[in-house]
Design a protein around this ligand. Sequence first.
Ligand code: CP
Ligand code: NVA
Length: 328
Amino acid sequence: MTIQTRSPSTTTSIRHFLDLRDLDSATLRDILDVGRSVKAMQNDRRVPMHPAHPLAGRTLGLMLSKPSTRTRLSFEVGMRQLGGDVSVLSPSDMQIGRGESLADTARVLSRFLDVLVVRTGETDMIRELIRWSSIPVVNGLTPDSHPVQILADIMTYEEHCGPVAGSHWAWIGDGNNVAVSLIEGAVRFGFSLTLATPETMKPRQEVLDWAKAEGGKIRLIHDPVEAVRDAGCIVTDTWTSMSDEESATRLNTLRPFQVNTALMQKAARGVLFMHCLPAHIGEEVTEEVFESPASVVFDEAENRLHAQKGLLLWVLGGENWRSFGKPD
Ligand code: CP
Ligand code: NVA
């Protein structure tokens, strides 16, 4: 990856979305509320959208260096439902693959597109694109975070259980990119979170320090049973993320962190089970839990669409973006 030293974009009002911590709590709350209203309008076709296609004439670029089902589909469908267009870009088919710099790529894409969603195996790549881009750049997953996933998770929790503020969640397993964004989400949305991870797979210290400085109620332990005590929502994820090397050592280390029925029974009555998907049944979660009434994983997948429509309206909707969630 080439990092340029010439002058980057100096526009500071661009609504990039790199991490949840970059936005204040009120804006994040509004994004979810707009997403929820737009979901209700989409599902009730008798109510006209206001205006019918708020993002007509805008084009979203999806630049995906890693595989994706939900992120690709939810951004494509969401942008089209809002009246906009989509261009899917595979970096291996672009001139980046032959050495064109990210600085030049970002400046060219900025001349064609209105927003760029990026999934990358290198966090520095998205930072460099942001540096040079004069259009908003949205994080569609890096090895360090997955913030759009957590917007969908919180929307899903609230649909099932009411306001998330004051609730208690547990994260079981690898302290990975999704766990990091869940920590940031817990701080910004005001819920407490206990993470049980192996000693060698803790979330990075920097995010724990940030959460502490923000007054977040985040606890890191290594005992899954203790972590789920009183939890209203239990979240896990794959034991081998796209940026990890699969190994027997890794899987053996994580085996005591499987979410199974015995663990679910230690949590609060009515506890939800969440997983960003794709799931690996028999590893991080048993089939019994995955297919149980507690599991809301497909609501969670669908809500990627609705939460991200709220996000796209914030990113592209200008000063009146909140009004798009209101019928005429
Ligand atoms: N949860 C999620 O981001 O799924 P994809 O990898 O399919 O996009
Ligand atoms: N932690 C997983 C999330 C996939 C959506 C990964 O990075 O592969």
